[in-house]
Ligand binder design. Structure first.
Ligand code: ADP
Ligand code: MG
Length: 481
């Protein structure tokens, strides 16, 4: 009983964490100004039966959020497995006792709860305890049909992970030295793709083997839910009856002691029974934070294979393979190379960029060119360019104005060096994510107000002086290419 109550508490913790993630995503979706006014004040206020309660300070705000942002909020909740089967409800907490006359309070409370009903939105559920779990996939996650070995492009950065995944998928028994198989690498580099590919392969070629794939987050969620509904035993049996268990993004198990414990037991039970385990994480087992030492060392017992950042060749290969299956689309080689060259962060972004370019061309019915590509992807390319360093900017600007790079750090005030220095500060603010004090330090230890002044001054000059505007825009473009 005591345990159950502790776990109920954990469910709210999970939802609170989910809300933090959602809130951050809302910030990047709507920008700082809207976020600060309307979205930041929304707080996760707990859960009640199947309701997720989000509180806003006033009724007016609730109306506004319901009219403008609720669809996105609900959509983001749908991506969180902890929220499955929940309804989102926006509430306005009743005023605190000492701020209002006691006689009025009940009425306020009544009103508030009366019209919250209108703001319920359902988060659809895929599985909940109590339903028969006859198919493994009901408890696990659905597999993406595109994530197969056939669609996986192999290159230097992922060849070990790929070879190990294939080996495990093709072997009818546990592969010696490969249990568990631990795949790790940064986001968007193909971990989930490889895991789904293993599952597809086994399902097709050895349908009698029971494969269960799920995210670590979902594992925790299922476990906690099973505890709440007193089905912990069925939960354990279910997990321990599979032949191949895959847990994706194991870093999300961190910190939750009782789930780690359960994970550890399940893990040991499966290995003892000679079942295959495949785990993924965003870093190597020994670097996982918030995970108990014995769990970490157990994770590293088998084969640990990392996926490295993509290379230009791999990116080109991936783009080519995606383009090969698109019909009636003509993408100039120049554009393909441009994308492979520019979108270096991860494969997911690379795919997204390609899809955007193609979608745009289809919609407007115009051929794809380098210019339209740059236009369509301008925000993405900008984000990429945030990796431009202040050193690059100083070099480029000094070169353009024919001054020495050391003048960027000097205290000389003559206009011939002061103006270019201001331009470089302006561009540093615009093209990097450095703060004003950080920029100041890079310019020979100047104060942040000096940088702020420079930014303002250059903006003014650009508005009034065409030549200045051309200069700065040219530099901006050169630096972004
Ligand atoms: P991760 O799980 O490591 O964050 P994903 O497996 O979700 O990354 O991969 C992100 C996207 O990139 C997916 O759409 C996936 O199909 C694609 N992808 C990643 N690596 C490759 C690859 N080597 N070949 C083809 N597609 C890839
Ligand atoms: Mg993944």
């Amino acid at each position: 009983m005591v345990l159950a109550r502790a776990e109920l508490h954990t469910m709210d913790d999970l939802l609170a964490q989910a809300w933090e993630r959602i809130s951050a995503k809302l910030n990047s979706m709507f920008g700082d100004a809207i976020y600060r006014s309307w979205l930041k004040p929304i707080q996760f206020a707990g859960s009640d039966a199947n309701k997720i309660l989000l509180s806003v300070p006033t009724r007016f705000m609730r109306e506004w959020v319901n009219q403008h942002y609720i669809a996105q909020i609900v959509q983001l909740w749908q991506c969180e497995s902890a929220a499955e089967g929940y309804i989102v409800e926006m509430i306005v907490p009743p005023p605190s006792e000492n701020s209002i006359q006691p006689t009025v309070a009940p009425q306020v409370k009544h009103e508030a709860s009366n019209d919250t009903a209108a703001s319920n939105v359902i988060v659809p559920s895929n599985w909940s305890p109590g339903e028969s779990a006859d198919s493994d996939m009901q408890m696990g996650a659905t597999l993406d049909p595109r994530y197969t070995f056939d669609n996986f492009v192999v290159g230097k950065p992922n060849e070990l992970a790929h070879a190990a995944a294939r080996r495990v998928a093709e072997s009818p028994l546990v592969v010696p030295g490969c249990n568990p198989l631990f795949l790790y690498g940064g986001v968007g580099l193909g971990k989930t793709h490889l895991m789904h590919a293993i599952a597809w392969h086994i399902r097709r070629n050895s349908p009698e083997r029971r494969v269960l794939y799920l995210s670590a987050e979902k594992f925790m969620y299922q476990f906690i839910k099973a505890l709440r509904s007193k089905e912990a035993l069925a939960f354990k049996e279910h997990f321990r009856s599979v032949d191949v268990l895959m847990i994706d993004d194991v870093q999300f198990i961190s910190g939750k002691d009782s789930t780690q414990e359960e994970f550890f037991h399940t893990f040991n039970a499966l290995v003892d029974q000679n079942k295959q385990l495949i785990i993924s994480g965003d870093r190597s087992p020994s670097d996982l934070e918030g995970i108990e030492e014995r769990v970490r060392s157990r994770l590293g017992w088998g084969l640990v294979a990392d996926i490295h950042a993509t290379t230009y060749e791999l990116r080109l290969g991936i783009l080519q393979s995606k383009i090969d299956v698109m019909r009636d689309i003509n993408i100039p080689q120049k554009v393909v190379e441009f994308l492979a060259h520019k979108i270096t962060s991860n494969v997911r972004e690379l795919e997204g960029a390609l899809n955007r370019v193609v979608a745009h061309a289809t919609l407007v019915g115009r051929p794809i060119t380098l210019e339209t590509t740059q236009e369509v992807l301008h925000d993405l390319l900008r984000a990429n360019d945030r990796r431009i360093s202040i050193d690059d900017i100083q070099k480029q600007v000094a070169n353009h104005y024919n001054i020495k790079v050391s003048d960027m750090h000097s205290a000389r005030r003559s206009r011939a060096v002061a103006r270019p220095r201001q331009v470089a500060m302006y561009l540093s603010k615009k093209l990097t994510s450095k703060s004003l004090p950080e920029i100041g330090r890079k310019f020979g230890g100047k104060d942040h107000t000096t940088v702020m002044h420079a930014v303002k001054r250059v903006e003014e000059l650009m508005a009034s002086d065409q030549e200045m505007a051309n200069d700065v825009e040219l530099l901006d473009r050169i630096l972004q290419n």
